[in-house]
Each structure stands twice: as C-alpha cells, then as structure tokens.
Design a protein around this ligand. Structure first.
Ligand SMILES: [Zn+2]
Length: 286
C-alpha cells in the first residue's frame, strides 16, 4: 500500500470532488497553526524548555499541520500546569504541560528495544502523539466534524492516522514509540479506583496502546508484521485491524479530506525528514 503523500493527497482531493464539499468551510484557510513556548515556572523544567525550543518542536508541528484549512488560528502551546502532567484542547489552544513532557522523558527507554525502538522514539513518539491527539479534538471542534463513538478514541485514531502518513520508517518509529508509553501506563497524579478507570472518558492505557498498534498493522501488514509475529499485538485482534483501518481511512477521507490544502501538503515530507531525523539523532546520543 502506498504511503506517499501524493497518493494520500490524491485520495483526499478525490473525496473532496466526490462529495462536492469544496465550500464546506468557505472562510477556512491553511497556515493557521501558531505556537508558543511559555517559560516554565518550575526551574527543573528549564532544560526541557531549552531542548524543545532548540529542537524547534513546535515549528515542526506547525509545518506538519499547516495544510489543515481552519476557520481560525490554532495555537500549540507548551506551558507549566502547577505540577499536573496533562494536555488538553480548549478555546482554539492546545496546551501540553512541561510536567507531562517530564513524565515522557522519565519513562523513555534507556536501551534499544527488540522491535528496533530507540530512546528517541519513546520520547518523540509519545510527545507528538499527545499533540496530534489534542489537535484531533481541535479539528473536530473547529471544523464541526461529526464523531461517532467516543471522542477520546476518535482523537487517538486521528493521531495514528496522521503518524501513518509519514514515511514508512518514520511512521513505524512514531507509532511504536507512542504505543510503548501507553503500554507503560504512566502513574496518575492521584491513584484511581477501578471504578474511576472504567468510567473514564478515555479508554484504558493498554487498550489505547493495542488500538494504535492495530490501526498501524491494518495500514501496513508488512511494515508491522513483527508486532503480530512476536505477539505484541494478539493474533485474534490483528484479524480485524484491516477493517478498523479501512473504516478510519473512510472517515478521515470523507470528513477531514476536504479541509486539507493540497499545495502546502506537498512540503510535508521534506520538512519532516530534515528536522525530525536530526532531532532523533541528537536525542539518541544523550
Ligand atoms: Zn483527549
């Protein structure tokens, strides 16, 4: 299955023509992503601030998401959150807390993992996954996208789908890195009872890990063959992953496709390769 951006763009544009929705959001335009590095209030987060600023993490996300045609600017922000490791979307701003980035760094693997997952993958994958998940919420809200099922699951799927648009090697690293952290089940700020966990609006961390792996396997059975062969994703679940991915592709193509700008989407791979590959090399050296 082709993972090239050209193919994806063609599909998205085809969908746009097919449903005649070019005027779905007449005031929307591309290049609506803004960003803000707010200085941390906790001095122990200064190093994270320096690293992400130097690594131009938000500029990269801005470029990655710039093809989205939005009716208003969407700001991506990193900020201090009074000690709470969180991330959220509200009022056209995505906020990711330094506290959550600190958790991601603390839980990154210190050695390369069997599936070829490096330390950098277990930092970049989860960090981008959180931003893309929150961007999913932003997109559903700003473009008034109908969501069937739980919005938290839909936001996870939005993130997985965007990560799978990267080159094969990058997509694999991002997906496995994101799944690694989910599977680790980060401790909650306050211990939750089973009742609280089961009634939460999010699926449980392990379910979120299996779901993203399933979407990835459904997208490319060759690229992710080892996660089933090595029983990371159970065979029984793997049987339906292609259907899950097809459903997701149909939804993304029909609902988000009309809001993708073809011209700015063309720059996507070049930017990604140049900046993320350099960043990954630096992170793995640390
Ligand atoms: Zn969410």
């Amino acid at each position: 299955m082709s993972r090239t951006l050209a193919a994806v763009t063609a599909i998205l544009l085809g969908a746009m023509a097919a449903i005649g929705s070019a005027d779905a959001a007449p005031r929307a335009k591309p290049d609506q992503i803004r960003y803000k590095y707010v200085r941390p209030t906790d001095p122990s987060h200064q190093a994270i601030y320096d690293q992400i600023k130097q690594g131009r993490a938000l500029e990269l996300l801005q470029q990655l998401l710039s093809p989205l045609r939005l009716p208003h600017p969407l700001t991506l922000k990193v900020a201090s959150c009074d000690g709470v490791p969180d991330a959220w979307y509200g009022n056209e701003v995505v906020t990711l807390c330094y506290e959550l980035l600190a958790e991601i760094l603390k839980n990154a693997t210190t050695r390369d993992l069997p599936a070829g997952v490096s330390k950098a993958d277990t930092i970049l994958g989860p960090a981008f996954d959180v931003f893309l998940h929150e961007t999913g919420h932003a997109v559903f809200d700003m473009l008034q996208i109908p969501v069937l099922g739980r919005e938290e699951d839909a936001a996870d799927q939005f993130s997985a789908y965007v990560m799978l648009r990267l080159s094969k090697a990058e997509a694999r690293r991002m997906i496995l890195g994101a799944a690694y952290l989910r599977a680790k089940e980060l401790p909650e700020p306050e211990p939750l009872s089973s009742r609280d966990k089961f009634s939460d609006e999010h699926s449980m961390p392990a379910q979120r890990a299996f779901n993203v792996l399933c979407i990835a396997y459904g997208a490319d059975k060759k690229l992710f063959a080892d996660i089933v062969a090595n029983d990371i994703l159970p065979k029984q679940r793997a049987e339906t992953c292609e259907i899950d991915y097809d459903d997701l592709t149909f939804a993304m193509t029909a609902l988000i496709g009309p809001h993708i700008d073809k011209i700015s989407a063309r720059k996507f791979h070049e930017v990604w390769t140049r900046t993320v590959s350099a960043r990954r090399t630096r992170l793995n050296r640390q």
